[in-house]
Design a protein around this ligand. Structure first.
Ligand code: ADP
Length: 518
């Protein structure tokens, strides 16, 4: 690394060494190689475009999806004595014009804009006339329609930029990208494989917990009692849930704010500010809250319901512990969460292939809620991280329950799936195993199968859990869609032939009553 770059790191930012991935990214950008940096939240992605720009002549344009984020970034740079500005719709037209002219006069080292800004031909014309150091795409996963937060305006910027001849280099940055999203960003911005910098996704200070079968409101109340002074975010799946939980906590005297898209801009701004400045301890919010929120001392993120995919989950949960201190990420799961997410996909205006893609991602999220393996490793595997190991911190790693050999029961379930012709879903399979008199079971003559009622000493709820567990551990396949059917795979065959054992963390205890699941 050149002494100039080292000097900038120390002189402007006061740091003595780079964090993983930073030096490599900066080096590629300085050599004008279009670069993608995939690094976890809090790892220091901003420096990856700030340092090369400071080392070069010209202005850096940073495309950022959220207006609220820009001001913080600009304030931070200005406090370091760096000339930075943002141009967006929160400013009056006159103020926008002043800033554009400053940019044109070469007075700004960094200009933050939203992608929509490029829809103005006047702005594009201005950009053509200035000397640029680079163009950065912050939160670059928003470019990809396979990403969890696709912004069409982000994608449509690309052809406009490609027509400009004065952009030396692109740098894209994101904390959450699957293989598909990475390759989509690469195609769009012409980034060669050797210039994709991934540092691994693990956040070693985060402990993941999965909580099932508990009353969520009660759980939260006792959690907050145990952590009265810790700052934390509770994400709900809907605005209604957020309102209700906020009311409950407020009544209990908890220092709480709420944030969702149904509130006015002023209400949201005030809530955000009170939370960021530690005037309020707890934030109850929908996923409208958070992208780009740089609050370092969030000690926990609780999900009141299962989110729609692992990308969203990891990004939201990852808002905990940006300061590197130990923090908790807790997901409160109930089977109804799945119905809600399916409903949201059905209701959306997406075309059929996009819906299928969402169902596929949802299935991975459902699997997370049913795995008995390390939760952190599950997430890292999802993102294709190569350095996977049990974290030792999550609720599964810490569980002191003995693992039980459930191979025989698993074989019963798998052979039932086979006998049912691999044409049905989880719930019907559970009914057949239980020996249910459900009309559908009878009308399909599933009560004549040899596996009918073969596990009648377990409840339907337990059997359902169990089948989901087999799917999560990839011992059964499921098709994506609204009503997914389950099928055997090569691992199931190994279990059926006795070549593979099945271990569960807490084996269900047989019951002898009739309390069935829905
Ligand atoms: P990200 O965008 O990846 O979430 P940021 O760029 O906001 O992360 O950086 C997170 C924090 O880490 C910031 O406070 C930043 O100043 C700090 N930081 C970045 N690089 C370094 C470094 N090399 N040494 C120490 N602190 C750093």
């Amino acid at each position: 690394m050149s002494s100039k770059v080292e000097h900038i790191l120390q002189h402007y930012f006061g740091y003595h060494s780079f964090r993983p991935g930073q030096a490599e990214t900066i080096n590629h950008v300085l050599h004008k190689k279009n670069t993608l940096a995939v690094m976890p939240t809090g790892s220091g992605k901003s420096l990856c475009y700030q340092i090369p720009s400071l080392a070069k002549e010209g202005t850096a344009i940073i495309i950022s999806p959220l207006i609220s984020l820009m001001k913080d970034q600009v304030d931070a740079l200005q406090s370091l004595g760096i000339n930075a500005t943002f141009i967006n719709s929160s400013l009056s037209v006159a103020e926008q014009q002043i800033r554009l002219e400053q940019m044109l006069a070469g007075k700004c080292k960094f200009v933050y804009v939203a992608p929509e800004r490029f829809e103005s031909s006047y702005f594009v014309h201005m950009i053509k006339r200035i000397q640029l150091s680079l163009v950065a795409f912050d939160e670059a996963h928003c470019i990809s329609q396979w990403g969890h937060d696709f912004r069409p305006s982000y994608r449509s910027v690309v052809p406009i930029l490609k027509q400009l001849s004065n952009i030396p280099v692109f740098v894209a940055l994101t904390a959450t990208a699957t293989k598909e999203v990475i390759s989509d960003i690469q195609d769009l911005l012409q980034i060669n494989n050797e210039y994709v910098v991934t540092t691994g996704f693990e956040r070693e200070n985060l402990s993941f917990y999965l909580v099932k079968g508990k009353d969520k409101a009660t759980y939260i109340r006792s959690f907050l009692k145990e952590h009265p002074n810790d700052s934390g975010i509770i994400y709900t799946a809907t605005r209604k849930q957020a309102d209700k939980l906020y009311e409950q906590l407020n009544k209990l005297g908890v220092s709480v704010e709420k944030y969702h898209a149904g509130l006015s801009e002023t209400e949201r701004k005030n809530a955000q500010s009170a939370f960021i400045h530690d005037e309020k301890t707890v934030m109850v919010a929908t996923n409208a809250f958070g992208m780009g929120i740089d609050k370092s001392n969030v000690r926990y993120v609780i999900h009141y319901a299962m989110p729609m995919n692992i990308e969203s989950y990891y990004q939201e949960a990852g808002r905990a512990g940006r300061d590197g201190e130990p923090s908790d990420c807790i997901l409160l799961f109930s089977p109804q969460d799945v119905q809600l997410q399916k409903f949201l996909i059905e209701q959306s205006e997406m075309d059929e292939p996009s819906k299928q893609n969402e169902y596929r991602k949802l299935q991975a999220m459902i699997n997370y809620c049913h795995t008995h393996s390390c939760l952190s490793a599950f997430i890292l595997d999802y993102f294709g991280d190569k350095n996977i190991h049990a974290c030792g911190r999550c609720s599964h790693c810490q569980s002191n329950q003995e693992k039980t050999d459930m191979t025989v029961e698993a074989q019963m379930i798998l052979s039932c799936v086979k006998r049912m012709g691999e044409r049905f879903g989880v719930s019907m399979t559970a009914k057949v195993l239980r020996g249910s008199k459900d009309k559908k079971v009878i009308s399909f003559r599933l009560d004549t199968l040899s596996t009918y009622g073969i596990l009648s000493n377990y409840t339907e709820k337990e059997l359902t859990e169990w089948i989901h567990f087999l799917i999560a551990e990839q011992l059964l396949d499921t098709e994506e869609g609204k009503y997914p059917t389950i099928k055997l795979n090569q691992h199931s065959v190994e279990v059926l032939k006795g070549k593979r054992k099945v271990w569960m963390l807490s084996a269900p205890i047989p019951v002898h009553d009739d309390t069935d699941y829905d």
